[in-house]
Write a protein that binds this ligand. Structure first.
Ligand SMILES: [Zn+2]
Ligand SMILES: [Zn+2]
Length: 110
């Protein structure tokens, strides 16, 4: 809830030129809603359980082959790996490694 900085009355969301602005019915003061950002964050949160599902599924599929990668824990140089597109398509996908000897899992960015 937003209150008018001029008169202190409750601001009401109204449609104006294709977007929603907050308007004070009492004195006519208008403001770009700060809640627009909140809506975006809410959207991302809703997606995260889905992302987790993708990670689990790809782990099942791609654990068949090993690549040359040094385990940061035991120093062994063979590891399973799989790629996960964790976020939007314009962000780099994350590469996960799992040590073939000790099972340690770590991630690397391209
Ligand atoms: Zn007002
Ligand atoms: Zn290891």
């Amino acid at each position: 809830m937003e209150f008018c900085p001029r008169c202190g009355k409750l601001m009401t969301p109204v449609r104006k030129e294709g977007k929603v602005v907050l308007k004070c019915i009492n004195c006519g003061y208008e403001e770009e809603p700060r809640s627009e950002k909140k809506l975006v964050i809410k959207h991302e949160v809703q997606h995260s359980p889905q992302e987790r599902t993708v990670v689990i599924e790809e782990r099942k599929i791609d654990l068949s082959a090993t690549v040359k990668a040094k385990c940061p824990r035991c120093g062994y140089n063979r590891a399973y790996f799989w790629m996960v597109q964790t976020r939007a398509a314009d962000e780099p996908s994350t590469r996960f490694f799992k040590c073939a000897r000790c099972g340690y899992v770590w991630r690397e960015y391209d």
